[in-house]
Design a protein around this ligand. Structure first.
Ligand code: C2O
Ligand code: CU
Ligand code: CU
Length: 591
């Protein structure tokens, strides 16, 4: 039975013909032709390419030029790209725990951008979220002390509604955090020799060979920006830092030999104890540090594979997603979905001098946050914004019935509070959920506290399956700022861009800034929310210094009507911080 539900608000985003079955069928044929064309073009250039290893930047001061570039991914065609200090992708940044570092981003493209240090525990003003916009020809510096333990993190732009396009065009790089504890372990750590960045991505193109987004036709597989990549590895223990930097696809990684791999680390650091497995699921934004034992394999070739045929339904990359009307037409046409395909061809060569031939079982000594210490619980519920069948699998999706709005703060968290968050997925597809600022530990999945081994350890992204409720424990340590929020969101980039994101501020109750919330209730500022004017409980003296900022951190001039009244008529709707001398108060302007 065909039930076509036409939602007027959806028509603004999708052509209304999308809901017409005849149109859908002819579109399907057209898309099938395009896919076949694209695949045959790719096959013309099926030579192997040496894996690109992004240059390593070390030190304490980093200059990152976000610039235009080009790539030749399709034979005879040039695709415009973005890169950092190069044509595509970005250098690997090496940071040492304890160092005070400065990363300056110069925007040399003609669009605003931002740069977020995914997984890094930094003050919100240095986090590079949507509020830290870098306009063309401007620069922005994030300066912070490295507090993370040794880990594989990454960096990418985070502009409201522009993340998918900018990442797809090439803006993504790896961050390797090192520390003395990791240094003391007998692990491979020679960059590009026995320790490799492995950035897994798939790309889609439009008919003009431009990077395409909001499509399920991501048919070109690349590692570190290299299609059909090949890498020589020495016959010894080799470390792979796997990162899923794709917009849209989960990888289920394994070895063509059927050998097991040793997992030593997850998103936010090394595990306390390693484990072995033959498959590793890596959803968008997740990282896995893996050791491949190539010591008895000299002369052999091994494929690092994605076993798409084994990906459970509901996860992007599986054979099918959704059912009936709630399926995505171009999803089913993508030959990668549900298929087993090569990510990287490996050839085992002679071992290097000083090769690592065995690794320790015990790695980090991380102490997880415990749910018993949690004093706050939050529920974050994912739902489609309407019940139209396509929306059920394609989105847009809501978190707690709202879409991201940069003028709103969705949650307020207090410094040094342990919290449990339950992520409740009431949609038909799996979403990789990510939180900025802090790492977390998965506590239960559907009330079951026996956590699968690959969900254990310090995480900052977790894949939440359709229908599941997943609870994690986190603690907001070190950084409070009432003005600049952190983000939480789905890391499928078009979901994030479509508004599947929320913001939170961390307040410190021992600072004046945090007291603003309490003073607000005591009626220091009223009405609050205000409309055309804001009254003050205490009259202002002529010598009082008044400043007002919006949550983008921009100063907004406020005119005094009389000693107890400020004119707020011209302010836009949103949250503001009013500072009177040394005291700061929060108020809301509504219309
Ligand atoms: Cu990888 Cu909010 O980002
Ligand atoms: Cu992040
Ligand atoms: Cu999502």
């Amino acid at each position: 039975m065909l039930f076509v539900y036409v939602n007027p608000t959806r028509q603004a985003h999708k052509p209304s013909a999308f809901n017409n079955m005849h149109f859908r069928n002819s579109m399907k044929q057209l898309l099938a032709t395009i896919v076949l064309l694209i695949i045959s073009i790719f096959q013309i250039v099926n030579a192997q390419n040496n894996l690109f290893i992004p240059p390593l930047l070390s030190g304490k001061n980093f200059n990152l030029n976000v610039q235009n570039g080009t790539a030749n991914w399709v034979a005879g065609q040039t695709t415009p790209t973005y890169g950092v200090n190069g044509n595509f992708l970005a250098p690997t940044i090496e940071l040492w725990k304890g160092d005070q570092v400065a990363l300056t981003v110069h925007n040399k493209i003609n669009a605003p951008t931002t740069m977020h240090w995914h997984g890094m525990h930094v003050p919100s003003m240095d986090d590079g979220g949507p509020h830290s916009i870098i306009y063309p020809n401007q620069s922005w510096t994030a300066a912070f002390k490295v507090m993370n333990p040794a880990a594989t993190c990454w960096y990418h732009p985070h502009g409201a509604h522009t993340t998918d396009l900018q990442v797809s065009k090439g803006l993504a790089g790896m961050i390797i955090v090192r520390d003395s504890q990791e240094l003391a372990l007998n692990l491979p750590r020679k960059y590009g020799i026995d320790d490799f960045p492995i950035i897994l991505q798939t790309k889609a193109f439009d008919v003009l060979y431009q990077a395409a987004i909001s499509t399920e036709l991501d048919t070109l597989v690349m590692v570190n920006g290299t299609p059909r990549a090949t890498l020589n590895i020495p016959a010894q223990m080799v470390r792979f830092r796997l990162l899923n930097g794709s917009s849209n696809r989960t990888f289920y990684v394994g070895l063509s030999t059927g050998d097991s791999m040793t997992v030593i680390g997850t998103d936010n650091g090394l595990l306390n104890h390693l484990y072995k497995c033959t498959r590793i699921m890596i959803s968008n934004g997740e990282r896995v540090e893996m050791i491949l034992d190539a010591s008895n394999k000299q002369g052999q070739s091994i494929q690092l594979m994605c076993y798409g045929s084994e990906i459970p339904k509901g996860i992007k990359g599986a054979d099918s997603i959704g059912t009936g009307m709630a399926s995505i037409m171009d999803y089913d046409l993508n030959p990668l979905n549900g298929a087993d395909y090569t990510l990287l061809n490996l050839t085992v060569t002679a071992p290097t001098p000083g090769a690592i031939l065995s690794i320790p079982n015990n790695l980090a000594s991380d102490i997880p946050f415990l749910a018993v210490n949690a004093t706050v619980h939050r529920d974050l519920v994912f739902t489609p914004i309407d019940s139209m069948p396509a929306t059920m699998v394609m989105g847009p999706f809501h978190i707690n019935d709202t879409s991201y709005n940069e003028m709103h703060i969705n949650d307020t968290v207090y410094l040094n509070t342990t919290e449990t968050w339950s992520i409740v997925n009431r949609t038909m597809i799996a979403h990789p959920f990510h939180v900025h600022d802090m790492h977390f530990y998965v506590h239960s999945i559907n009330q079951n506290t026996t956590i699968p081994i690959d969900y254990q350890g310090r995480k900052d992204v977790v894949l939440v399956m359709p229908g599941d409720s997943l609870t994690f424990v986190t603690k907001f340590e070190d950084f409070a700022d009432p003005m600049v929020p952190y983000m939480y969101h789905c890391h499928l980039l078009h979901h994030e861009d479509d508004g599947m994101m929320g913001s939170f501020v961390v307040l410190d109750t021992t600072m004046h800034m945090g007291i603003g919330d309490q003073l607000m209730q005591e009626g220091i500022l009223f009405p609050n929310p205000c409309h055309d004017y804001l009254s003050l409980k205490h009259s202002l003296k002529n010598t009082d210094q008044i400043h007002c900022w919006n949550i983008l951190g921009e100063e907004i001039p406020l005119e005094k009507i009389n000693p107890t009244t400020l004119n707020t008529a011209s302010l836009k709707e949103g949250i503001y911080i009013l500072q009177i001398n040394q005291l700061r108060y929060k108020f809301v302007k509504s219309n």
